[in-house]
Design a protein around this ligand. Sequence first.
Ligand code: CA
Length: 346
Amino acid sequence: MGSSTASRIRCDIDFDRDGRQAAYLHAPLSRDTSGWGVVQIPIIVLKNGRGPSVLLTGGVHGDEYEGPIALSRLAATLRAEEISGRVIIMPAVNVPAVLADKRLSPVDGRDLNRCFPGDPRGTFSQMLAHFMDSVVLPHADVSVDLHTAGHSCDSALSTNMHYVADEAVRRRTMETAAAFGAPFNVVFWGVDEGATFTSSVERRGIVSIGTELGGWGRVNIEGVRIGERGVRNVLKQWGVIEGAPDTRQRDGSAGTRHMMVKGAKGYCFAPRGGLFEPLHRTGERVSAGELAGYVHFVEDVDNPPLELRYGASGLIWMAAGPGRVQRGDCVAVVMTDYDEAEAARA
Ligand code: CA
């Protein structure tokens, strides 16, 4: 690797060494208090003999808490002797954003999850994205990236995946998502996906699932439970730890319900800024044409609220909280039951 493409992030982990390593990546960040300063990013690697390699990440967005909690606990309790293969755990990938409790990086104002595959000479987020893509991902067979909907939305507790063109990879991805055992798994085509971590993972032919385990800027108790169970379920499914995945659902069903969001109709955007009053919670059934909520202009007299309507029928995957929205903000996403034939139609 030439110096122009080498990462500037120092990594003391030997990914091929058996046993448990808990360390920090050292990402250079010059600042007022230290010209030679670094940002320390926690990484825990467990390896035991041969077997699949599972990458578990949280805190790509700093205001999403269930993943970092679940992964910190896993990192503290999982022992190298009980695994076959390798588990790479990064509970707080985007440490500056995690410490600032923000979606975007307080260092460069970027969304790390829109910076892939990154640039070793770019901004802090671009440098970090490049490290994840070029140094970490080559060591993974499957990636589980734990997210929530952050401050702006709440989410139905779910895994998610892209509709991957390769049928074998798609099937393996769906099996992994089903093993995770969230109430829903959402197959989607994305709105702005080329620069996301998931897209980088897929470009390398690695199985990629994400999660949405809550949101609205609080810790979702059930989201933590599903997240903790889910990462262990994936390790079981891939044969890294012993046992069968437990995918039982609170409603008595045996496992995950597969859903999809295809096309623009599932997304509801605010056409103007204002105070949004939603009418439905995540998981609720809605119909195309039904009232989704109102944008209020409470600073005006005699200015009636704007009515927003759903473009698709299904269940609410994402729901904006009651609060101020800007023109162009996504305020609801509707998911429908997964249909293989409809999904395959371009
Ligand atoms: Ca997120």
